[in-house]
Write a protein that binds this ligand. Structure first.
Ligand code: FAD
Length: 512
């Protein structure tokens, strides 16, 4: 029975000039009672990475940095975790808005307060479009055929992944205005790249998860301070109190495995050699790519060689304190199209962070995605750009003076779901029987995205460890809400139709 785990996080030496956040490996040692059980009989699970995925995995195993603000309604596993931790890190559901270079485009209400309509009527009728004509909005309807057809199965991913999001929207008759002013920014801030460089499969999955499946999925709550302080610190404290040890490291250099069983036996990092009964890798793509290139064990395996074809995106965050109070209509905002820039978001931290609640000044945070062109700029140049963009959205901002600023660069930190990337992506299990994967880029059929997906894949990895070691009980993973009845009926009809057409001679002759 797995009831207690010892976690040892390892902070690698960091030489990249842009890297700002701390890195951890966690070693989880399991025992029924760490102190009473003989040391040699304890099972050791090494968890590499301590973000949502890594701590998620460690969290389950133990029982038995972060500028992230947005937590959407369907992040059910995360909401359940914070309840379990006994913390209240989030605001109530909040309105959000979307800006184009022309000004305010869309206001998303708190859907919880509105009557629930069959999808997609809720987002179509209850969202306030300030300038987009009805005919443009209606041009999104044909896309529902692709939404119904894309059921998050392996074959759906293989069918839609080679196409770009832009091509998909063009094929399904989306109007230029709807694309440019509404869908493009929405996708850029959820999938971190312009639609002509995003997989149509990832697009359909994201649109379904956040927008189409249920209108309340558009509801958003925000963290009332930094996620590190509000969630990760208490979470780590809890894990420590249950016997986890967090340890710094110089980064993973290689793995030793048993030739007969194929199982990883030791993980090498700096001068350390950590014995492990199972290993969970919960790092982002660029970190894994660095590890693979150093590791003779990993780079000999096809599934890890393929990871070298994957890609990551740079992000950048700007926090500004201004010398005066300025009214910002909506706390959470999505923008794009400024100087041809990619998608970005801005947040009124005075309305979100508890620590700024009574400030006499204005505190804003802007996050820029696909931000490679911004990373080499000086802090002053970045601040000037951010102020010029923000001034186009907020009245009175251009006259304000900056009294404090904090620029954080996140090189290669976000997953790039580029067209064709699915075939290189990893699943939760690997060709090493005791090495498992977790993270927001790992293939799962759960249907969630971003932080929730990372956390869920962490729990899934923990379950694979429980299964492999044949000890303990499985973590409960809350599934995404079921399809609404009419979507379920349409999907069944579509499946039957596809089964029928698959039997037609020459059905597989043409390019799908
Ligand atoms: C600016 C920004 C804003 C975002 N906003 C949101 C948002 O509002 N809502 C949302 O849902 N998502 C948001 N995201 C995405 C979200 O952060 C990710 O989906 C999530 O953090 C992924 O979690 P993870 O555990 O898979 O990976 P990570 O969070 O990347 O965690 C990986 C862990 O591995 C560690 N690590 C790295 N290198 C090593 C090494 N060599 N050895 C050991 N450990 C290492 C890292 O320190 C980290 O602890 C945002 C991301 C960025 C960059």
């Amino acid at each position: 029975m797995l009831s207690c785990w010892k976690i040892t996080p390892i902070l690698p030496l960091n030489t990249h000039k842009f890297k700002a956040s701390k890195k951890f490996c966690c070693r989880a040692e399991n025992s029924q009672d760490v102190t009473s059980q003989p040391k040699e009989s304890r099972k050791r699970v090494l968890v590499v990475g301590s973000g949502w995925a890594g701590l998620g995995a460690a969290h389950h195993l133990i029982k038995q940095g972060f500028l992230i603000l947005g937590f959407w309604y369907p992040y059910r596993n995360i909401y359940s975790l914070v309840d379990e931790l006994g913390i209240k890190p989030f605001t109530n559901w909040m309105k959000s808005a979307q800006y184009s270079e022309d000004g305010l485009e869309v206001e998303f209400p708190v859907f919880q307060d509105s009557p629930e309509l069959p999808t997609p009527l809720g987002p179509l009728t209850q969202t306030q479009f300030t300038r987009l004509p009805l005919v443009d909005r209606l041009s999104s309807l044909p896309l529902m055929a692709a939404v119904v057809d894309f059921d998050n199965t392996d074959s759906a991913w293989k069918k839609y992944d080679p196409i770009t999001a832009r091509e998909l929207l063009r094929q399904f008759g989306c109007s230029e205005k709807l694309y440019r002013n509404v869908i493009d920014p929405l996708l850029e801030v959820r999938l971190y790249a312009p639609p002509e460089q995003i997989s149509a499969a990832a697009t359909l999955s994201v649109l379904y998860y956040y927008v189409v499946s249920h209108q309340k999925n558009l509801n958003l709550s925000l963290c009332r301070g930094s996620a590190r302080e509000r969630i990760f610190d208490p979470w780590r404290d809890l894990l420590k109190s249950k016997g986890c040890e967090f340890r710094r490291s110089r980064g993973i250099t290689d793995f030793l495995f048993n030739e007969e069983t194929g199982c990883i036996t030791q993980v090498l990092g700096g001068n350390a050699r950590l014995k492990a009964d199972a290993v969970i890798m919960a790092v982002n793509i660029s970190t894994l790519q660095e590890i693979i290139q150093r590791s003779s064990a990993l780079c000999a395996r096809e599934e890890f060689q393929k990871v070298l074809n994957l890609a990551s995106v740079d992000a950048l965050s700007v926090k500004l304190r201004l010398d005066r109070k300025i009214t910002i209509p909506t706390a959470c905002n999505v923008c794009s199209g400024f100087d041809g820039s990619s998608g970005w978001t801005f947040f009124d931290l005075k309305s979100i962070y508890e620590e700024h609640e009574n400030d006499e000044t204005t505190v804003l945070q802007a996050n820029f995605y696909y931000a490679s062109s911004l990373l080499p700029l000086t802090d002053e140049q970045i601040t000037a750009k951010a102020m010029s963009y923000l001034s186009k959205c907020i009245k009175g901002l251009a006259d304000a003076q900056i009294i404090d600023k904090e620029i954080t660069r996140f090189p290669k930190s976000l997953t790039h779901f580029f067209p064709g990337s699915y075939k290189y992506s990893m699943r939760g299990s690997t060709s090493f029987p005791n090495l498992f994967m977790a993270g927001d880029w790992i293939i799962t059929r759960h249907g969630s995205w971003s932080q929730e997906k990372s956390y869920v894949t962490g729990l899934e990895a923990a379950n694979r460890v429980v299964d492999y070691l044949a000890e303990g009980s499985f973590a409960k993973i809350i599934p995404v809400d079921e399809d609404e009845p009419h979507i379920e009926a349409l999907r069944n009809l579509n499946r039957n139709f596809k089964e029928f057409t698959a039997q037609v001679p020459w059905a597989s002759y043409f390019l799908q």
